[in-house]
Design a protein around this ligand. Structure first.
Ligand SMILES: Cc1cc2nc3c(=O)[nH]c(=O)nc-3n(C[C@H](O)[C@H](O)[C@H](O)COP(=O)(O)OP(=O)(O)OC[C@H]3O[C@@H](n4cnc5c(N)ncnc54)[C@H](O)[C@@H]3O)c2cc1C
Length: 459
């Protein structure tokens, strides 16, 4: 008998935002049920950010050791993937076991129900578990945090081959000799460079004219140059017409060329987990490209949504930022409202590509009076001292009308850290005149921000 159980809040999907919200709501005294069909914690800790950044940390250590030859003397480097695989297995994912996440939530008072959650009208969720169905009626409402899964394009011959996505790539215990990477977005390029530094022969195939398409063109150009110098082949402006598999992969490209590799990594974006979620029962279009939310994360009657499905950037920090807003609203507090003008992100290639706010093109499309400033990292004091591995640029985008920055991109060693001050500038709309009168410690990478601001002319 599936008697409906009444609770305060049901959180469907426990990715970073759902996990955070469930814990905070339970700590505030609400009766919270968290529904999860996979691993509690979601993509980031088990298949995304954390394992991939451990791979990158190891790969960067190799690259830095190799650079020692020009700065300090020969270093013998013998890459050992087993160290990375072990660290991901034991430290990052606890053998892909989510019990530490579960314990934290249960200690806060959250009841976890394992299974697939499906909306059944406003405030109602039916969960299909291993032992049958359970229905919950959520008096305050339902929070959706169902996230994404790897999107696999309908390329002829691909289905049924043993290709990898990020889910397999983070679980490798041994590396292939060669790897074709389909997709030159953040996931594809991060993993491509990490594997290349461990000696895998890499070819990246990107259908757009450049890798890292949404970033400033200067960033794509620098990363492409670094990749080519590191021996990574980058093929852009062509899709894959056909995939053949027989002990190894052969990609037949639309422009007639072909790529042969032992393995294939598909990194062509993400698909929203909206199938079978019952969105139509609450008046939301299940075929939409995102779940529309207002600035309090409300998505409908007694319905909130956070994370990748909201279309504001597929990043852990966005999911958690939105969760905090949703929690305040669910608790009836007059909390903060969502604001994405100062949204920042980092692609952890080496050099890192970090950006905040608008690109130059986005600012022009928005009709602003745009002025840009640029400083090349190799010519900066710290970049010149750093030497090996100093590729990069800082680009700032100003609205000359208001005298503030509306966007910035940093391509540099530790670019994500350098971005911090520019994020503050964009978020708080600090006047360019004020920024110019800051002290920029010598000789830091962030000191190049001063040169980029100087290059803006009379803003
Ligand atoms: C390789 C890789 C590297 C990344 N690196 C970074 C990075 O460096 N920085 C960064 O900010 N972001 C990174 N991301 C993105 C980041 O992982 C996501 O943005 C983040 O996980 C937030 O997603 P989310 O909150 O929407 O939910 P997700 O993490 O996608 O979790 C959603 C959860 O909902 C569950 N679920 C789905 N449907 C149902 C249902 N009907 N019923 C019950 N449960 C359901 C799923 O099992 C899953 O556990 C990376 C992603 C990948 C793949």
């Amino acid at each position: 008998m599936n008697e409906p159980e009444t609770v305060d809040v049901v959180v469907v999907g426990l990715g970073p935002g759902g996990e955070y919200a469930a814990q905070k709501l339970a700590e505030a005294g609400l009766d919270v049920v968290g529904v999860e069909r996979g691993l509690v914690g979601g993509e980031c800790p088990f298949y995304g950010c954390i394992p991939s950044k451990m791979m990158i940390r190891a790969a960067d250590a190799l690259a830095e050791s190799r650079r020692a030859a020009t700065l300090a003397g020969e270093v013998e480097v013998r890459p050992d993937w087993a160290l990375v695989a072990d660290r991901i297995d034991t430290q990052a994912t606890n053998h892909w076991d989510d019990s530490s996440h579960v314990t934290r939530l249960e200690e806060a008072g959250v009841r976890i129900v394992r299974g697939h959650g499906c909306l059944d009208g406003p405030g109602r969720v039916v969960v299909t578990t291993d032992v049958g169905k359970r229905t919950f009626v959520a008096a305050r409402g339902v929070l959706l945090n169902v996230g994404t899964a790897p999107a696999v394009p309908p390329v002829e011959g691909l289905a049924g081959t043993p290709y990898w996505t990020n889910r397999e790539a983070v679980r490798l215990t041994a590396l292939p000799r060669s790897l074709a990477v389909l997709g030159g977005g953040p996931i594809g390029v991060e993993l491509a460079q990490a594997f290349a530094r461990f000696g895998v022969e890499i070819t990246v195939v990107e259908v757009a004219e450049r890798i890292l398409g949404p970033a400033e063109p200067e960033a794509s150009e620098i990363v492409t140059g670094v990749f080519e110098r590191e021996g990574i082949t980058v093929l852009t402006g062509t899709g894959v017409a056909r995939v053949e598999y027989q002990a190894g992969f052969r990609l037949v490209l639309e422009d007639g060329r072909s790529v042969e590799s032992e393995q294939l990594l598909v990194a062509t974006g993400r698909r929203l987990n909206l199938d079978g979620l019952g969105l139509e029962s609450v008046g939301v279009d299940p075929a939409a490209k995102k779940v529309e939310t207002d600035d309090r994360q409300r998505a409908g009657e007694r319905l909130w949504a956070v994370g990748d499905i909201t279309g504001h950037g597929q990043f852990t920090h966005v999911s958690m930022y939105q969760a905090e807003i949703a929690v305040a609203d669910i608790l009836g507090q007059d909390g903060p409202r969502a604001d994405y003008r100062g949204l920042s992100w980092v692609t952890f290639t080496d050099p890192e590509v970090a950006a905040v706010g608008m690109t130059e093109q986005q600012a022009r499309d928005a009709g602003l009076r745009v002025v840009t400033g640029r400083a090349d990292i190799p010519e900066s004091s710290r970049g010149w001292i750093h030497q090996a591995g100093n590729e990069g640029v800082i680009k700032v985008v100003a609205d000359a009308e208001r005298g503030v920055l509306v966007g910035a991109t940093v391509v540099a060693p530790y670019g994500g850290e350098v971005l911090g001050l520019l994020s503050t500038a964009v978020h708080a709309e600090v006047p360019v005149a004020t920024l110019r009168r800051m002290h920029f410690a010598y000789p830091t990478f962030h000191r190049a921000v001063e040169s980029a601001l100087g290059d803006l002319g009379d803003v």
